[in-house]
Design a protein around this ligand. Structure first.
Ligand SMILES: *Cc1c(COP(=O)(O)O)cnc(C)c1O
Length: 230
């Protein structure tokens, strides 16, 4: 298991352009699996759930051997407002900010612990009514409001895009998100720095990178297929 994960990590890192950040999507994985990925060169770990990150960080805290530098912990799943306090303490980046109320809650909790939190804005690039993320057409005014949160640093955009087996079908949604990213770049807003564009998963990261992603979130291609659907 560990050898396979290490091989997958190395081969993917060798194929990704050097400026692309590889976030290991850790949902359903054990701390041993994630440890193997870290030992092989992963620097950022993405969690979908606050409690999952908490459990894994606790597991790592109990291991004394720390060969690798401390990983960066990213939240890549939806954040509920009642979990904002825990998230403020646990993560190094929240990739899924998608409402002003959530931003304000997170801002307060970050202020309480004296932390400035890097965040990405999640864009609902497929405009799917059942999905989280900001509607691309509504993003700018919302981001302007979020930018008032002094304990958050808006550093880019994240999108999932509609699920599909064919990565080519994701291309228009990645392209749309990149164009929004470029729009923000072209009109500077205080406290908004377009630095990270997080899009692409195991089956779609190549297309995402072609469309301008510099952060990819990958689970299956590192750890193998998940047993449960999630
Ligand atoms: C699971 C997940 C990924 C990675 O998906 P894979 O297909 O396993 O690579 C990326 N981003 C988010 C938000 C996820 O939930």
């Amino acid at each position: 298991m560990k050898d396979t994960i290490a091989q997958n990590v190395r081969s993917l890192l060798s194929r990704l352009p050097p400026d692309v950040l590889l976030v290991a999507a850790a949902k359903t994985r054990s701390s041993d699996e994630v440890r193997a990925a870290l030992d092989a060169g992963i620097r950022a770990v993405g969690h979908n759930y606050v409690q999952e990150a908490e459990a894994m960080q606790a597991a790592f805290g109990q291991q004394e051997i720390r060969k690798t530098p401390r990983p960066r912990w990213h939240l890549i799943g939806h954040l509920q407002r009642n979990k904002a306090k825990m998230a403020a303490g646990l993560f190094d980046m929240i990739e899924t900010l998608d409402s002003v109320r959530l931003a304000e809650a997170l801002d307060r909790h970050c202020a309480d612990i004296g932390k400035v939190m890097p965040v990405l804005i999640e864009i609902n690039s497929g405009r799917e009514s059942n999905k989280t993320g900001l509607d691309p057409d509504m993003a700018e005014p919302v981001v302007r409001e979020m930018a008032r949160c002094e304990n958050l640093r808006i550093q880019g955009l994240m999108t999932m895009g509609p699920r599909s087996g064919d990565p080519e079908e994701a291309r228009p949604y990645f392209r749309l998100t990149k164009s929004l990213f470029d729009e923000f770049l072209s009109k500077p807003i205080e406290n908004v720095e377009m630095k990270y564009l997080s899009m692409g998963m195991s089956n779609s990261y190549r297309v995402a990178i072609q469309e301008g992603a510099n952060t990819v979130r990958i689970g299956t291609a590192l750890f193998g297929p998940r047993s449960e659907t999630s």
